[in-house]
Write a protein that binds this ligand. Structure first.
Ligand SMILES: N[C@@H](CCC(=O)N[C@@H](CS)C(=O)NCC(=O)O)C(=O)O
Length: 201
């Protein structure tokens, strides 16, 4: 039995929900109400001492961290072996993007959105600059000559990076200047089983 403890407007939770849907894996969805502090309650902290969403359980396995969960799901349920292929170089290339998902995307697009949605106390100009640098230096050039982040088909790198970039408009950041990023977002949305992330507004 699989349970995803998450929140509908959390991009970290969305990555996992989206991939579960794409893989066609049945799971039960438990909303952790962040506004009520449910993620800091002792029973939740027993599952995830960091007090964050998502947390994932599969029988007696408990995992935190969205990108770690994507690896587990790919290894456990992807019979095509295409979402996280076994070759060392491909795994390293995927890891480069998983790191971007939890660092640069969090420091840029995530922060811009959190400032607008939750009044997160952060430097908006700095987050905007980081987002522009990330898109100008990495995503747009890469995606102008590649359809996917790694190789010739979708991998967990695309799933990990998608959610916060797709909702960067909620951080008052326009993707108009980034046609290749937009084309890639549409390609991810066309994957069989794709689950959209709830709009915050
Ligand atoms: N590295 C973690 C980050 C998870 C994370 O930051 N989750 C946010 C919601 S999107 C959260 O739970 N924030 C509440 C808190 O940190 O107190 C992952 O990828 O799952």
């Amino acid at each position: 039995m699989i349970t995803l403890y998450g929140h509908p407007i959390s991009g970290n939770s969305h990555r996992v929900a989206n991939f579960l849907n794409i893989l066609g894996v049945e799971y039960s969805d438990k909303v952790v109400d962040l506004s009520k502090g449910e993620h800091k309650a002792p029973e939740y902290l027993a599952k995830n001492p960091l007090g964050q969403v998502p947390t994932f359980t599969h029988d007696d396995v408990t995992l935190r961290d969205s990108t770690a969960i994507l690896i587990y799901l790919a290894r456990t349920f992807d019979t095509s072996n295409s979402w996280y292929p076994q070759e060392a170089l491909v795994q390293a290339q995927i890891q480069q993007w998983l790191s971007v998902a939890v660092h640069e995307i969090m420091n840029g697009p995530f922060v811009l959105r959190a400032i607008q949605l939750f009044g997160m106390p952060a430097d908006e100009a700095a987050a905007r600059e980081k987002t522009e640098k990330l898109f100008n230096d990495l995503f747009e050039p890469h995606l102008s000559s590649n359809n996917w982040l790694v190789g010739e088909h979708a991998t967990i790198a695309d799933i990990a990076c998608y959610s916060y970039i797709a909702r960067v408009n909620e951080g008052n950041f326009s993707l108009d200047a980034y046609p290749s990023i937009q084309k890639w977002l549409r390609a991810v949305e066309a994957i069989d089983g794709f689950k959209a992330m709830m709009h915050a507004n």
